[in-house]
Design a protein around this ligand. Sequence first.
Ligand code: UD1
Ligand code: CA
Length: 459
Amino acid sequence: MAKRYAVILAAGQGTRMKSKLYKVLHPVMGRPMVQHVIDQLNPVNLDKMITIVGHGAEKVAEHIGNESEMVLQGEQLGTGHAVIQAEDLLKNKDGTTIVVCGDTPLITSETYRSLFDHHEQEGAKATVLTAKAPDPSGYGRVVRNDQNEVERIVEHKDAEDAERQVDEINTGTYCFDNKALFEALQHVSNDNVQGEYYLPDVIEILQSRDEKVSAFQTPDFEETLGINDRVALAHAEKILKKRINEKHMRNGATLIDPDNTYISPDVTIEQDVLIHPGSIIKGSTTIKADAEIGPHTEIDNCYIGQASIIKQSVAKDSYIGDRVQIGPYSHIRPEASIGNEAKIGNFVEVKKSSLGNKSKVSHLSYIGDAEVGSNVNIGCGTITVNYDGKNKYLTTIEDDAFIGCNSNLVAPVTVGEGSYVAAGSTITKDVPEDALSIARARQANKEGYASRIRNQKKD
Ligand code: UD1
Ligand code: CA
């Protein structure tokens, strides 16, 4: 098979985004646009991938890491000029080079593969990926000759009225015979409205030399959406969201309202998971079978065990076991590990703590830097006092302990196995196992005092 190379154009500022963030780093469903492009190109088995960086090169490079080679385009003089930057790495190679814009994040591997195959089967020197757009404005238009061959591509800004009527657009993705590409690029000028070296001009150059130029029209315009501003960004988000949600539904998850469910690309969801509206599920989250998420729940990078239920809550970087109940209104912060059949109730915050199987923190508590055993019951309003303003300390609560309501456990401290802490206690010393610890002022009842006070007030 012929060698295959890719050049990703990602050097532009993205002026129309009106943002301090470089365009190709704007996320779509939580992942930068340029990353989507790389992810979809990866399965195509390329021999080389080169990303052209310029504006925000350091930030873009930081993001791409070693997933792609990178070449700097010092000045952004147009898409043709951008491709020329890859010349040293590609010039003398035989094979096919695909050029893709970093701002078309929705094109799939299948489309890239089909484009390569079409190009190679046709034996073309250039093949442009085109689509029919319901509203083609802003895009380059594909101008065909009497034989229906692609003659040239005209940019919207340079197009005459008749050309603007054409609804077949240049998606900004092309396959080229590699050597023919770099040769033709030598002849591209910047004699146009924008004063830029346009890559699409290569098409006209090759066509005028009677080289074979082909077009591959995809039926799915939405896939080829170019993101130039935030209106298009929101549109892309919607399309990708739908694509991801439909995948999960086909795999056996129920989404009550897919329009209001936001699942990032790396999330794994098993069968019979039920997701209620307003849920946002991000990062490398895994949700095991029969779990129920939402409504209005945000989960980032968590493992959620089988048949667990999480309502109106936020969870991040944490492990949740099987048949756990969380919420409504719980906050599970990073490095929490919640055992099977545990319960975290309303207005409970858990941070960097482990909770054993069947333990319960049902209401209004803060559990931070704690190791809680199994079968522990933590009463309403309990606080692990973990921070002295400088350092964090560990609270240990052993199996079967019972912590009464409104207790403070001042760390470092251990509550021994099976022991009781009386409600309202401030525990500053370890509680041995099987003990009852009471750490509060004794109650004094002064009989008849209330009416004395009331009568005083009347005077
Ligand atoms: C480009 C095409 C247009 C096509 C559209 C599809 C040209 C001249 N026009 O227009 O025909 O319909 O994409 O979405 O190619 N870039 C660089 N260096 C530069 C200029 C741009 O790396 O000097 C990068 C940008 O970062 C971007 C991509 O190339 O990722 C496309 O540039 P953009 O300015 O968005 O081109 P469009 O006007 O959308
Ligand atoms: Ca664009």
